[in-house]
Design a protein. Structure first.
Length: 136
């Protein structure tokens, strides 16, 4: 490639963030089975820490994280740090304010829980394409 900058060990396709560890595991496994390089986190702090010195293409974040931060707070933090990933938010909460904020942060997709596996795979694959075309 000759870029010298691209260290693939430092790049992950998808970061999954969900405080429900069972759900986190099943989503991460689903994506890994589909061939993505996945990193899962159960708390926002770890996800943000991870993203400080690594790039990832798509974030699949739960909105309610059982902490002071919600999924959109994490998106905001990562974008402020310069992340150009696409973000997919999964939530049972569809308050108008939440949706408007998601749009303001240019969240790629806002998915209602429960999310069907094939719908999630389809969304992640579209987000990947979008991210790749944007990053090019």
């Amino acid at each position: 490639m000759g870029l010298g900058m691209v260290d693939n060990s430092n790049t992950v396709d998808v970061v999954v963030l969900d405080d429900d560890v069972d759900l986190l595991t099943s989503i991460a496994e689903l994506l890994a089975d589909a061939g993505y390089k996945v990193k899962g986190f159960a708390d926002p702090e770890s996800a943000v820490e991870f993203a400080v010195d690594r790039r990832f293409k798509v974030g699949v974040f739960d909105f309610r994280l059982g902490s002071l931060k919600n999924g959109l707070d994490v998106v905001e933090t990562l974008q402020a740090m310069g992340s150009n990933a696409e973000f997919v938010l999964v939530t049972a909460d569809v308050e108008r304010a939440t949706q408007l904020r998601a749009m303001g942060l240019k969240v790629f997709e806002f998915m209602r829980k429960p999310v069907m596996p094939d719908a999630l795979l389809d969304t992640v694959s579209r987000a990947m394409e979008h991210q790749t075309s944007r990053a090019a």
